[in-house]
Structures are given as structure tokens and as C-alpha cells.
Design a protein around this ligand. Structure first.
Ligand code: NFE
Length: 503
């Protein structure tokens, strides 16, 4: 029997996403991913002072503003021919590192955990933990009254199989609450060096307008140690337990993918070395990124702009009533191919180097779980890599904080040339992010962003080739069409942010 299922909106993600899947014989055979709003940052930026861009583009998102601000100053640094001093580079890494950790925590605990963890288990909880007792009584009332308000994060939910391990359920619910506090202190750590979160005030081409003091260094170190402890004692063990409870999700959510990592956390001021390296994997082979290989199709997107343009000549003209269009996302392509970006892409590129710290973590985890590394190309693989990445980044932040030298400069002076252009590549938590700036007469002539979720949730390109999430959904079993949790789990494993994607 064939059936069309619409999940609209997909909840517990950022922004407005609709998924349509067509199911036959209990499996998805076709899918469409639609971003459902227009924003227009690229249009807003035209004609403005280039050095406004890092402040305006941070407003694209409250979850990953640091990545947008950093991509913007990277693009300007290319256009203005300036590099930051070591303190400036380290401060950027430290601010971004704290933002990455809070982003991975929100994704696992507050957006995805309830796809797997049974919140109803709390009704049997007999402990004396105040937070959990309150939550138990609240859930009991909600279940009894059947007044299940959609605005509440826990209920209603799909009627499906959740984890049966009582200890896992209670531990994860407890950590769900603790992760709220961990995210708060992660923001606090970043704000020590960037004034405020979200939408940091310190980013400029050439570095960071923050003087470093010993008390801020020690404040940051102490918070990062707490975050590392939580990652070690809760985040990674919880992901491992979920993996043990749902091993079938090491087989779901994969596609015959191509992968792009833009590289992140530079280890030198010229950004030729990154903690998580840059690279492109097409048909299994690794190559370096070539700027001329980027383009964006608009055939199925609500834009009248020409299709297939390179981002330096990209255009963003909305066309809300365009025939055949089904998404406000453009369809980014690299050498004409759909690319998955995000933790899996970063891991696959990193794994070409056996000494990379993420590779070392991955090899240990897969060996502990008796898995082939290829099992990571899956729903659970994406979750596991994020957790391991959080540990790698926290440990590195503790090294970088020791390398900061108080009193040394954090910024290199520069002048804005009358004309120039540059691209800023960075890995945001959700994947490869690039900002492309063209300056004429000292003003922004064109500004285009190619954003992680635009890659992952892209609609079909002009050749009719679906985007990565659309392809990853194919073959997903849907046991009960009224409760398509399997499809939701696949989509959420990509951590979509549609606010970013439509920018
Ligand atoms: Ni709005 Fe973002 C990240 C960026 S996603 S969260 O990570 O850039 O597309």
C-alpha cells in the first residue's frame, strides 16, 4: 500500500521545516524537504559597509552566531589581506569551542533525546531529586488529563517504541535538565571573551577586540573543565547507551554520499592547518577544496535568480509563487554534486589522518562497540561523532587557553580597500559554512552565504538530483504512518537549522 506522509512542521529543530515522504511496502521511496520561510540577509547586506557584515550575519541564527561572525571576518580577511595575531586566533577558537559544545548539547539532549528516551518512565521514579520529582508529577498530570500541549517539549509525542531501560531513561532525563545548565555555562565561557552571547560584539577582521586578563583565562578554564566532565560522565555515556538500545539506527539514515568539510579551529594564523581538517570526499576519494567548484541551483527553489551561479555572482530574488518550487532553500552543489556536511563529513575527512584526535576517538569507540567504522554513516553515527567531537574540542580549548599571552595583541590593523573579494570557510557545528563577499567602492557589492543546512536539506537540483536528507530518507522503514518516528529520527540526526538554511 502506498501512502504520502507529511511531517509539517518538524518539531524539535530550529526553524520551519516540512518533510514529505512517500511510503510503499512500509518503506520510504521518495521524499521532499521544504524550508518554509524567506529571510533575505544577502539582500540586506548589499550597499553596506563591509565591516558591518559580521554583526548583521550573526543575526542569521541564535544557535551558531559565532560561526557566521567568524566566517564573515574570514571572508573579509581574504578580501583585505590581513591575518590575526596568535592571541586573536586563539580567542576565536575558544569562543567558537564553547559555542560548539553548547550546540552539540542542545542537539542531543534538548532536540533529539526524546526521540529515543521514554519520558513516561519518570512516572515510576521514586527518588528524592527535587527537579525529577516535580517533573514526575507534571508528566503524570499531563498523561492523566490528556491535555497534551504542543508547546511543551516532552508531550505529545509519537506513539512508538522508546528505550525500555529504566536506568537509562531516568539518567537521560536527569541529564536533560543538567544539560540546560551546561549550555548556560558554555555561553558564559564564550561571553567572557566576546562580550555577550548570542551575537558577539568583538569580531573584526584582523582579530578580536578583547584584551585578555588572567581572571578571564582562569574563569574560562574552570568552566571548560566542568563541561569536559559533563561530556565524559554524561554526554558520551548517554549516547553509547542509546546506541546499545537502538542498534538498528547504525543502519538507517545513510546514503551514497559525497562529503564536504570546510575545516575548523585553525592551528596557525594563516589557517592552513585545522584541528578538524578541510576536504572534499567524492566517490570515496579525498581532495582539497576548490573555490570555483561551488554553485547554487534554484530550479526547485522559490527564487527567480538564475540557476547554477557561483556564489561571487550569486543572486537572491524571491519568487513565492514559482511553479514546481517547493523550498525556500537554494540547492548548493560542489562540482555539481549534492554534499553532506556536518559531523559525519568532518569525521570522514579527519579519518584520512590516523593521528587526528577525532580519528583516535572514533577508532576507540567503534572498537569498544564492536562496530566497523563504516557504521558511523548512519543516524547514530552522526550523534556519536558529535559527542566525541565535543570531547576533542573541550580538551583542545584547555590547551589553547594555556597558549594565550595576556598583554600581547589580539588584533592586526587593516584598511578596507576600495575593491576586493574573499571567501571565508569554516565548519559551523552543523557543517561547512562559507561567506562570499565582493567589495566595490568600499561597499558590499555582493554577499552570499552557503550554509550547512542549505547543503543538507537542499531541494532537488536542476538535474532532479535530491539533496542529502532527501536521499538519506530513502529506504527508511515507517512502521506506522500515523507515527513516522523513524523518518523524524533520520531528519533530526542532521541537526537541521532552517533559520540558517534560508538566511
Ligand atoms: Ni542556525 Fe548553523 C550551524 C550555520 S546551520 S545553526 O551550525 O551556519 O545551517
Amino acid at each position: 500500500m502506498e501512502k504520502i506522509i507529511k511531517i509539517d512542521p518538524v518539531t524539535r529543530i530550529e526553524g520551519h521545516l516540512a518533510i514529505k515522504v512517500e511510503v510503499a511496502d512500509g518503506k520510504v521511496y521518495k521524499s521532499e524537504c521544504s524550508g518554509e520561510m524567506f529571510r533575505g540577509f544577502e539582500t540586506i547586506l548589499r550597499g553596506r559597509a563591509p565591516t558591518d557584515a559580521q554583526f548583521i550575519t550573526q543575526r542569521i541564527c541564535g544557535v551558531c552566531p559565532i560561526s557566521h561572525g567568524t566566517a564573515s571576518v574570514f571572508a573579509q580577511e581574504k578580501a583585505f589581506n590581513v591575518t590575526p595575531p596568535t592571541n586573536g586566533r586563539l580567542l576565536r577558537n575558544l569562543i567558537l569551542g564553547a559555542n560548539y559544545i553548547q550546540s552539540h548539547l542542545i542537539h542531543f539532549y534538548h532536540l533529539c533525546a526524546l526521540d529515543f528516551i521514554d519520558i513516561a518512565a519518570i512516572t515510576a521514579y521514586q527518588g528524592k531529586d527535587d527537579d525529577l520529582t516535580d517533573l514526575r508529577d507534571w508528566v503524570k498530570t499531563q498523561l492523566a488529563s490528556k491535555q497534551l500541549y504542543p508547546a511543551v517539549p516532552f508531550l505529545p509525542r509519537y506513539d512508538a517504541k522508546y528505550a525500555e531501560n529504566f536506568e537509562l531513561n531516568i539518567a537521560a532525563i536527569k541529564h536533560y535538565l543538567e544539560a540546560l545548565e551546561m549550555r548556560r555555562i558554555a555561553h558564559q565561557a564564550a561571553a567572557l571573551f566576546c562580550g555577550k552571547i548570542p551575537h558577539a560584539a568583538v569580531f573584526v577582521p584582523g582579530g578580536v577586540t578583547e584584551m585578555v586578563t588572567i581572571d578571564k583565562i582562569e574563569g574560562y578554564r574552570s568552566i571548560m573543565e566542568k563541561l569536559l566532565k559533563f561530556i565524559n560522565s554524561s554526554y558520551i555515556p548517554d549516547v553509547v547507551e542509546v546506541a546499545k538500545a537502538f542498534p538498528e539506527y547504525f543502519k538507517l539514515g545513510s546514503w551514497k554520499g559525497n562529503y564536504l568539510s570546510a575545516g575548523v579551529f585553525p592551528e596557525n594564523n594563516e589557517r592552513t592547518q585545522n584541528l578538524l581538517p578541510a576536504g572534499v570526499i567524492i566517490d570515496g576519494s579525498l581532495s582539497t577544496i576548490v573555490e570555483s567548484s561551488f554553485s547554487e541551483d534554484t530550479g526547485y527553489s522559490y527564487f527567480s535568480s538564475a540557476s547554477g551561479l557561483h556564489p561571487f555572482s550569486g543572486d537572491t530574488v524571491p519568487a513565492a509563487h514559482k511553479n514546481n518550487a517547493y523550498s525556500w532553500l537554494k540547492a548548493p552543489r560542489y562540482r555539481g554534486k549534492a554534499m553532506e556536511v556536518g559531523p559525519l563529513a568532518r569525521a570522514l575527512v579527519s579519518m584520512k589522518d590516523s593521528s587526528n584526535p577525532l580519528t583516535v576517538e572514533i577508532m576507540k569507540l567503534t572498537s569498544d562497540l564492536s562496530l566497523e567504522p563504516s557504521a558511523l554513516v548512519s543516524v547514530l553515527g552522526r550523534h556519536a561523532i558529535r559527542a566525541l567531537e565535543a570531547r576533542v574540542i573541550a580538551k583542545k580549548c584547555l590547551e589553547w587557553i594555556s597558549q594565550i599571552v595576556p598583554g600581547e595583541p589580539t588584533i592586526t590593523k587593516f584598511t578596507v580597500p576600495a575593491s576586493g573579494r574573499g571567501v571565508g570557510f569554516i565548519e559551523a557545528p552543523r557543517g561547512a559554512l562559507s561567506h562570499w563577499i565582493k567589495v566595490e567602492d568600499g561597499k558590499i557589492d555582493n554577499y552570499q552565504c552557503i550554509v550547512p543546512t542549505t547543503w543538507n536539506c537542499s531541494p532537488k537540483d536542476d538535474q532532479g538530483i535530491p539533496g542529502p536528507v532527501e536521499q538519506a530518507l530513502i529506504g527508511t522503514p515507517v512502521v506506522d504512518p500515523d507515527n513516522p518516528i523513524e523518518a523524524a529520527r533520520v531528519v533530526r540526526s542532521f541537526d537541521p537549522c532552517i533559520a540558517c538554511a534560508v538566511h
